[in-house]
Design a protein around this ligand. Structure first.
Ligand code: T46
Length: 141
């Protein structure tokens, strides 16, 4: 079953003049076993990325520096979420079409992912995504 995206608050283990240390641990906010971490840096304001959904992949996205707007679409309804706080994560499960827009130069996107990179898990055509939603692809579990 797919699940709508939602914000996860990381635990602040430290906040003082040395900075802020935020953490997610297994069974305390980290919702799946992490098999891959990737990050995107050096993107300019108004950069657009994403434009795809995943068949099975679950992810938690963080923006520890800057601001990134997520356009999220489950095929029936759409929502926008801005990540701009280092202590917030955004859970994005399977079957969610996502687009990301860089709101500030050099905003950093860090992602913890449940699976290794697999191009076969991507749905990069919006029409195909909508057909899969309509056919109940994510309801058959
Ligand atoms: C997602 C959003 C939030 C790899 O070789 N290994 C990897 O782990 C990843 C993530 C990408 N790549 C290659 C595949 C493409 O040739 O890097 C290139 C750019 O990937 P893509 O166009 O999919 O990047 P984004 O920013 O559109 O999407 C990425 C993730 O791919 C995707 O899973 O949910 O960030």
């Amino acid at each position: 079953m797919k699940c709508n995206p939602f914000i996860i608050d990381t635990r602040k283990a430290e906040k003082n003049e040395l900075g802020s240390l935020s953490v997610l641990e297994t069974s305390k906010g980290l919702l799946f076993a992490v098999n891959r971490v990737y990050y995107i840096s050096g993107a300019k304001k108004n950069t657009k990325r994403g434009m795809h959904a995943h068949k099975e992949l679950e992810q938690i996205a963080f923006c520890p520096f800057g601001a990134i707007r997520f356009l999220l679409d489950d095929g029936l309804s759409k929502e926008e979420i801005i990540l701009n706080e280092p202590n917030k994560g955004l859970y994005i499960g399977k079957g969610i079409w996502r687009e990301m827009v860089w709101e500030e130069d050099n905003s950093v996107l860090v992602v913890a992912a449940s699976m290794l990179y697999d191009e076969n898990d991507y749905i990069r055509d919006y029409g195909t995504f909508l057909s899969m939603v309509k056919s109940g692809y994510w309801k058959k579990e």
